[in-house]
Design a protein around this ligand. Structure first.
Ligand code: CA
Length: 296
């Protein structure tokens, strides 16, 4: 199964609390990522090696490019926009305003330009199943897709747009739905892969151009690549335990960017992984799919 180990490069030693949500922004060849509990949206320039951060004033679970400019965000309060020129944040559509113990978490944009993102309780161990998955449509309306979620996490679509992959982390499952790209309807939910808890917790994901799924395994020191039929194809070993998400980027979409977190690591553990919370990159020899922008 395993080929040569894939070399992983340290890019930004940001010590993020919860580094997350990397997405490639082809408009200016930058990598956008967030530090959820640091309340930051980061923008990394691979050409210069510079990383800048925007303080958005509240937890931010995910970001995506917006067709009309700037970014759309999934923040504690709901869906918001970020103007990258001014740093101004505006709430576009509130989500779960009546549930202050939840925040928005991971999210991605589909091929029709709809932004999907879910929620999770801050104290999720005590509030199992109290999150939900939402979709922000182009007209700024929000639809609740399903509830019963504990940590709404990775989401992605097959290259032919007929499948949607999804992770609710504490289920230990990478799940798959049939997907109707025109309407955005999902059906026939089933388990593709069960990740053993001793390996780690399934977290963020991205789907490559061959239709394979790259899954970050939180606590597992690794990213795993699964075939569309659920076979473990290869792994990227990380120098940090809490890899959280990944995406393809770079002008050729062949760089795999990986975020990580320091959250919950004791001092002794941080000494063992001094670059926890950093942004990383590798080139596994596979091409990613071009990212989509939110249409609203
Ligand atoms: Ca996550």
């Amino acid at each position: 199964m395993m080929a040569e180990p894939i070399e992983v490069e340290l890019l930004v030693d940001a010590r993020a609390i919860v580094g997350e949500g990397p997405i490639w922004d082809p408009r200016d060849n930058r990598l956008i990522w967030v530090d959820i509990m640091g309340h930051k949206v980061h923008r990394y320039d691979p050409a210069s090696g510079q990383d800048e951060a925007f303080d958005v004033g509240q937890p931010v679970g995910a970001a995506a490019t917006r067709a009309s400019g700037g970014l759309v965000l999934a923040v504690h309060d709901g869906f918001a926009t970020l103007d990258l020129a001014t740093g101004r944040v505006e709430l576009l559509a509130p989500v779960e305003q009546d549930i202050p113990h939840n925040r928005m978490n991971d999210g991605r944009v589909d091929s029709a330009g709809r932004f999907w993102a879910g929620t999770m309780p801050y104290e999720w161990q005590e509030r199992v199943g109290q999150g939900a998955l939402y979709r922000l449509n182009a007209d700024h309306t929000v639809e609740r897709i399903f509830g019963g979620v504990t940590i709404s996490n990775g989401i992605g679509w097959s290259p032919d747009d007929r499948l949607m992959y999804y992770v609710d982390s504490p289920t230990q499952r990478l799940e798959v739905f049939d997907y109707d790209a025109a309407s955005g309807a999902i059906s026939n939910r089933r388990t593709l892969v069960e990740i053993p808890s001793e390996v780690g917790l399934p977290d963020g994901l991205t789907v490559d151009a061959e239709g394979y799924i790259w899954l970050a395994v939180w606590g597992g020191w690794r990213i795993q690549r699964y075939s569309p039929d659920g076979r473990l194809d290869r792994e990227v070993r990380l120098p940090v335990s809490q890899g959280s998400s990944c995406c393809f980027g770079g002008p050729d979409l062949m760089d795999l960017y990986i975020t990580s977190a320091t959250s919950g690591l004791a001092e002794a553990q941080l000494r063992q992984e001094p670059h926890a919370g950093a942004l990383w990159r590798c080139r596994p020899g596979v091409k990613g799919k071009a990212p989509h922008s939110y249409k609203g």
